[in-house]
Design a binder for this molecule. Sequence first.
Ligand code: SF4
Ligand code: SF4
Length: 497
Amino acid sequence: MADFQTPALREYPIIPLLHEGTMAHSRPFVAKPEHQASVGFPGELVENWEQKAVDKLGELVSKSRALQVFLDSCVKCGACTDKCHYYLGTEDPKNMPVARQDLLRSVYRRYFTFAGKYFPKLVGARDMTKDVLDEWYTYFHQCSQCRRCSVFCPYGIDTAEISMAARDVMDHVGLGQKYSNEIIGKLHKIGNNLGLPEPALRDTLEGLEEDVKDETGVDVKFPLDVKGADILLITPSADFFAEPHIDGLIGYAKVFHAAGASWTISSYASEAANFSMFIGSHDNLRKVALRIRKAALDLGVKRIIFGECGHAWRVAYSFLNTLAGPFEFLDPKYPVPQHICEYTYDLIQRGKLNFDKSANDNLVVTFHDSCNVSRASRMGDMPGGQFKIPREVIKACVNNFHDMAPDTINESTYCCGGGGGLLTDDLMELRVKGAMPRMQALKEVVDEHGVNHVAAICAICKSQYTKVLPYYKFEMDMIGSVHGLVSKAIRLNPVND
Ligand code: SF4
Ligand code: SF4
């Protein structure tokens, strides 16, 4: 437990009084030159960085009409101010979305608007100075890019895009974040965030086959690099070893087995996550996405299915075709890509899976909607499928389910507090405080309905919950994978083996 005060959980949410500067000390570790080099950025602050930062900002604004509109159109109505979990949990006014935006908007105004050039003080325009850069580094690493604020903004201003732009500018002048950049570098080199090489991955998967055989008596396979398989599974590497993620991977394998599907994992593209989105780097985003294309082509698969990972699903659903398409070589009968929940839901709808819900009768379950799935993607061919499908999968596997309060789920879901490249121990205070609104909503269903299990479809959410639940006096193993529930309830038929 770190040395800070965990926020109190209250019966009703309150908008906190402002406590200026409470999180001014919070900064993630800065990337070392080798981490910067691995993602194509300068190792340290470059000469004439002020001008280079302004130039980069100008380039981003000229390329993205959305960014320009977001920077130009805020009317300071205040609707977003109490919508950010980091403001609610830290009470630092710079964590209000509008204030966070203004850290960058003030510089944009100074160099790219008439009023800012000639009457800077009148319009709150600021020069690009070292103090400004430091403030950016501090507070743009207190935004999980969850987009909750944008749901409530009458103009749809997306602070996540502004936060990505700020990080992109900082990377370009040599000030990167260690956690994200080191991870992206590993992915480029080895194929996954963990730096897990092919032999270790193969061992892990063989071990899982033995475990499932011991548990069920059934030969459920975890195939690796199988040429000619129908399905390529792209899943977060945390699924290969972390708890509770691994139960999800076992669940996917059991579903594939029950469906008689031919599938494989790729050792070349053994990672669904793409942290390049967090740092706003299009070049890195594309480079990572192209690994998936290459793996699909090399293995000759017909379809691509993504495992449980929130931001990976956003990148896949919203950007994969633009980044690495067209995928004309895949079977056009299936969406490209498809989410594992869509796949399982479809089998459930067609009566292809057998469940014994009582296997989960020790659990009273709620569902945590992950931000990137909820507010930046969809699932299936129905509006709101990203909310409905995971819940329908859960309800097929459990007898006891209760949603959290309506203003804390679906498109209004609260971030777990660890998204957007903030899932690092050097930001633990921020992560714990930012989790407060989610923990408060959780406490309500724990007290009212006896909820003792949270299911999620995001690797980051699962890791973040595991760390922060104990700070709020919950059991750390309350969090699980949706396909962990599937895994426990599904009935496999050994006769088919
Ligand atoms: S995107 Fe999320 S974390 Fe960032 S300011 Fe908005 S609500 Fe806060
Ligand atoms: S809700 Fe939108 S327009 Fe209003 S202050 Fe926030 S960002 Fe500006």
